[in-house]
Design a protein. Structure first.
Length: 329
């Protein structure tokens, strides 16, 4: 496993992190036992950062992760969770609620300190409240020793510079962007230099676009226009016809950029963990990567919204902007 610095935090994180959302969808005792095995497999293979949220599974993901980590020494992992989002339409970024949320998460996870506490999907919030109320409340909690570092997450890219330009330097340590450094949408690349200038670490999640690049039907991309879904389906079919695992190429692509500290890949299956770790041990085949990107060119960087306040959304993709940004690895 390779490791990169998590911005200015001084922490070194594995280039592949474990996303915890799948731990919130374990319905049977056998599924739960396998989920715990998946967490242990990740740690044994060198993954040292695990990301979760009280939103995932209605707190089930945090509870399951706490069970999995109960027997694991605390210095073997970095723990990231979130505040502010608790359901599909349940958002509360008030100081009182996020303060209570931190204590609730610590109890479920069985820890006294959270390494990275993130404001979850802030495009659903009044960003001025996040800046003037939520983050100052979390700074107080950090000063009390319950949090080590602070971050923000969301789908639209414009939310990150908006918040960072209006907060004191060094207050926000990380940004978590998802589904924007993928084979079909690498628009995060154009923002990376600007984010690095703020000194924040960049975390990327959903390297297969929430399943869109595997053909799996998942709720995340139910918001996507049919044209994008069909374009990704063509790439899946192309790879299947050539005996290539597109999920492997997608993960390799997302993990290949050294400006991205870690890529979160969510699973609750130990075999998938092992397969993902094996994938990031080498870069993608350049010839096959180029061919897949060509198949995806008609839908390149076409974006969509999963909700949130209209003022927080990115402008729609314009066809004349098609073409890969310079500097893509």
């Amino acid at each position: 496993m390779r490791y990169r610095l998590l911005g200015r935090t001084g922490l070194r994180v594995s280039i592949l992190g474990l996303g915890g959302s799948a731990l919130g969808r374990l319905e049977t005792a056998d599924d739960q036992a396998e989920g715990i095995r998946a967490v242990h497999a990740a740690l044994d293979l060198g993954i040292n950062i695990v990301d979760t949220s009280p939103y995932y599974g209605g707190t089930m993901a945090e509870t399951m992760l706490g069970r999995a980590l109960r027997s694991v020494p605390r210095d073997r992992y970095l723990l990231a969770t979130k505040v502010g989002r608790y359901g599909m339409r349940d958002f509360d970024f008030s100081a009182a609620r996020v303060t209570r949320s931190v204590d609730e998460s610590c109890a479920r996870l069985g820890v006294e300190t959270i390494d990275l506490l993130q404001c979850h999907d802030v495009e659903f919030a009044d960003l001025n409240q996040v800046i003037n109320e939520t983050l100052p409340a979390l700074v107080k909690i950090r000063q009390a020793g319950k949090i080590r570092f602070l971050g923000i997450t969301g789908l639209p890219l414009k939310i990150f510079p908006f918040v960072l330009e209006r907060t004191p330097p060094g207050l926000v340590d990380t940004v978590l962007s998802y589904a924007h450094y993928n084979l079909n949408d690498d628009s995060l690349a154009t923002l990376l230099p600007r984010l690095q200038a703020f000194g924040v670490a960049i975390i990327h999640a959903a390297p297969t676009g929430g399943g869109m690049l595997t053909g799996a039907r998942k709720s995340f991309w139910s918001f996507a226009p049919e044209g994008i879904v069909a374009g990704c389906r063509r790439a899946v079919d192309f790879c299947e016809a050539h005996g290539v695992d597109i999920a492997k190429i997608a993960l390799q692509f997302s993990a290949s950029n050294p400006a991205i500290a870690t890529v979160l890949c969510g699973t609750a299956k130990s075999e998938e963990v092992r397969r993902n770790v094996a994938a990031v041990e080498s870069p993608p085949d350049p010839v096959m990567l180029a061919r897949v990107l060509e198949v995806l060119r008609p839908v390149h960087n076409q974006n969509f919204s999963s909700g949130g306040r209209p003022e927080n959304q990115d402008p729609p993709h314009r066809p004349e902007e098609a073409g890969r940004p310079s500097g893509i690895i």
